[in-house]
Design a protein around this ligand. Structure first.
Ligand code: ADP
Ligand code: NI
Length: 212
């Protein structure tokens, strides 16, 4: 199992090292570390959580063609026992946000990896990644005439026009209350507060005002 993890780390690091939309190797590495911390607290299967965290963005439709991605992951997991392999594949096919339209995840390990991925989407790192993503897509940082979308299908979430600031209201501020595990909830608190104070300051500065 140690060998499998080492091989996955090497493969994913090389594959995503030049990724430019905030889903690079450092994202995978942080999510993997968070997944281990949460898995230990929740007594989940460590190998399954770590392996799923390492491969979770290889099947992301923002980055790749998902069918190709699943074939690639099957191949990477060829030496893993069938139950674990199927479990890892189920986890990575169910954890994505997609406008909030996905059904809740089922296994404890899926909950752990989803929480880890979501924690890296919020807080100071989440703020930074959101502006990197918006920049990479050519979106604006803010446009007060574009109001945040309330209800979105998975495709309108991906394709409709948005701004970095709207992404906080469309997704990121909702994540704290969507955490699955107790450890995830605990870790989300200060990250959520950091985004709230950032947004408050952003809006003050946009208006040319001071907070105090
Ligand atoms: P998932 O990969 O779970 O489906 P998302 O596609 O919503 O999640 O996004 C992953 C990360 O990419 C977000 O947390 C955010 O940092 C960035 N991102 C996604 N969509 C946008 C957007 N419209 N504007 C800015 N950042 C975005
Ligand atoms: Ni991710």
């Amino acid at each position: 199992m140690e060998n499998v993890i080492q091989e996955l780390r090497r493969y994913v690091e090389q594959k995503l090292e030049n990724e430019g939309s905030g889903h690079d190797w450092s994202h995978i590495d942080r999510v993997t570390r968070l997944a281990i911390i949460i898995a230990e607290a929740e007594q989940a299967n460590l190998f399954v959580c770590e392996a799923a965290a390492l491969v979770h963005d290889l099947v992301d439709d923002k980055l790749t063609c998902p069918e190709e991605g699943f074939k690639e992951v099957e191949k990477l997991l060829r030496h893993v026992e069938e139950n674990d392999r199927n479990h890892i594949i189920e986890i990575i096919s169910t954890i994505s946000f997609k406008g909030g339209k996905m059904p809740p995840v089922r296994s404890l390990e899926a909950k752990v990896v989803q929480d880890a991925d979501r924690l890296d989407a919020i807080g100071a790192i989440g703020i930074a990644r959101t502006f990197v993503y918006a920049g990479s897509k050519g979106d604006m940082m803010y446009d007060p005439s574009l109001t945040p979308r309330e209800e979105m299908s998975a495709s309108s979430y991906r394709e409709g026009r948005s701004t970095a600031i709207n992404h906080f209201y469309e997704k990121l501020l909702k994540l704290k209350d969507l955490m699955n595990t107790e450890k995830g909830k605990e870790l989300a608190e200060e990250r959520h507060a950091c985004m709230e104070s950032f947004l408050e300051q952003f809006h003050y500065e946009w208006e040319g005002k001071k907070k105090v």
